[in-house]
Design a protein. Structure first.
Lengths: 111, 114
């Protein structure tokens, strides 16, 4: 069945460092892909999305490109801030109404 | 828009008691989802509704769990009787339109069963 695999966390970075969180998926065809962010004590918030191959989603300095050839949707940010500390979830939706989430990756950014 | 509203934010109850969690989706959203989040199992989809009708309840753990959506602006998730292993954060989310729109999540209810 369809699935999402994320890199294990936590990812620990200093402020202004470059961020990559890897996400790969398994699905036939062309799923829609999403990144959600969860700040402590809050629900998940949609960060960005891409609905077809080679699309780039972007928001708040974060970017992810839908790579069909590598079935990947890696999240990147050029310069992280302490306020970016959160848990990041990769997800896909394909041929159903249900989002399939990865296990989440915790990001910790230190000043 | 006030977003997806869940109540209560925190609930502490004794084992065996009935617990009811509430959700008000965003007006106009025709899909509603209930998720459970734990450290061990991550995010689990329990059940979802479309136009107030339950579509898939395959994630509901057992008969102690039930969910209803009597109208487009309200849904409940009930656990009766509650057990300590039900302790988790329960999220409600809603969505409209096509599948690429993504969900809007509520802030969750943290349930502790002692």
């Amino acid at each position: 069945g369809d699935s999402v695999t994320q890199m294990e966390g936590p990812v620990t970075l200093s402020e202004e460092a470059f961020l990559t969180i890897n996400c790969t998926y398994t699905a036939t065809g062309y799923p829609s892909l999403f990144w959600y962010v969860q700040y402590p004590g809050e629900g998940l918030q949609l960060l960005l999305k891409a609905t077809k191959a080679d699309d780039k989603g972007s928001n708040k300095g974060f970017e992810a490109t839908y790579r069909k050839e590598t079935t990947s949707f890696h999240l990147e940010k050029g310069s992280v801030q302490v306020s970016d500390s959160a848990v990041y979830f990769c997800a896909l939706e394909h041929n159903t109404d249900k989002l399939i989430f990865g296990t989440g990756t915790r990001l910790q950014v230190f000043p | 828009d006030a977003g997806v509203i869940q109540s209560p934010r925190h609930e502490v109850t004794e084992m065996g008691q009935e617990v009811t969690l509430r959700c008000k989706p965003i007006s106009g959203h025709d899909y509603l989802f209930w998720y459970r989040q734990t450290m061990m199992r991550g995010l689990e989809l329990l059940i979802y509704f479309n136009n107030n009708v339950p579509i898939d309840d395959s994630g509901m753990p057992e008969d102690r769990f039930s969910a209803k959506m009597p109208n487009a602006s309200f849904s409940t998730l009930k656990i009766q009787p509650s057990e300590p292993r039900d302790s988790a954060v329960y999220f409600c989310a809603s969505r409209t339109g096509g599948r690429s729109y993504g969900y809007t999540f509520g802030s969750g209810t943290r349930l502790t069963v002692v």
